[in-house]
Ligand binder design. Sequence first.
Ligand code: KG4
Ligand code: ZN
Length: 359
Amino acid sequence: MARPCCILGIESSCDETAAAVVRNGTEVLSSVIYSQVPLHQPYGGVVPEIASRSHIEKIRGILEQALAAAFPGEVAPWAQIDAIAATRGPGLAASLLVGWTAAKGLALALGKPLLPINHMHAHLWSVYLDHSERFSPANYPQLGLAVSGGHTSFVECTCADEGALAYRLLGQTIDDAAGEAFDKAAKLLGLGYPGGPVIDRLARTVALAPGEKPIPFPLGRVSAEQPLPEGLSPELCVSFSGLKTALLTYVRKHPPQSEAEVAKIAFSYQEAIVAALSRRVEHALATGRYRSLALGGGVSLNGRLRAALTPLCQRAGIPLLCAEARYCGDNAAMIAGVAPREVPHPTPLELDIDPSWPI
Ligand code: KG4
Ligand code: ZN
């Protein structure tokens, strides 16, 4: 981070093809995102084969747009770039391959360094994009919650003296991700895809009468007997598959008869997800170790989740850092932004993608 640097980022881990140019980690000069949502909508979820083909079609145009927008009028925008950063994992293999291979080709052709980026680190960095004033070593150790369609991870992030960040996974979902839980519920309730924004919107229409309680859905507790990857604590792990089954059982027993009943089910389901996540955050903050909470990923757009985490952070006396809405979902600005903080790889051109690259 010693000298100013301008990085071209490329993201293609799931169903967004994205490219961006970011200066010094936080100053977004351009961010172009092509969302494939309409292509996957008929299937109620991402179809890897369709995703990969669409990335191939779009990536060149998206890269050109990102460079042109970052350096308007420049005849050789490539020359302004110091390095190329691309998502190497985790994500869908056939999707990752497109962006990673494009990045390799560009790095070779332009003679610029190639920086392999962990997608989850990038989601947590997204809180600083367009907000350089928010970054401070005093925010660390930081508790990170990355919640998306593919991940639900509780992460400890520390900042070394020279500004490099290091991550340790504390807990995660043992089955479905939070976004996946939203998407599956919306499909079951006939609300369309992606489910999170629809359920969020519908839940806002519900006002419980005095004394009225949400439908009691399970809060995703993971038992102490559950075998977990080394180093993870059951209190910071979560399971959403039982919640989905509970919803199915409830709807079979009590088929909703009106829009209001659908809304109450959606509201209660969202309450269960938010309670599951916020209880774990509360547990981690109770250690007194963390100096900020960073919230990233598509599900971090959820209004109820932000509202539930706000008082927890206030009580702990730490800032709640949330990304701007345009950087919550998958984007390439977060990839280019986190790049100067990642540990560089000595021979990146020899690296393959890693669809299950750990945090
Ligand atoms: O980060 P993202 O764009 O892509 C992945 O890496 O998965 O996250 C997409 C997920 C979807 O599951 C979507 O339903 C969810 O984020 N999502 C939301 C909201 N907006 C998007 N979930 C809850 N509330 C929202 N407002
Ligand atoms: Zn993501």
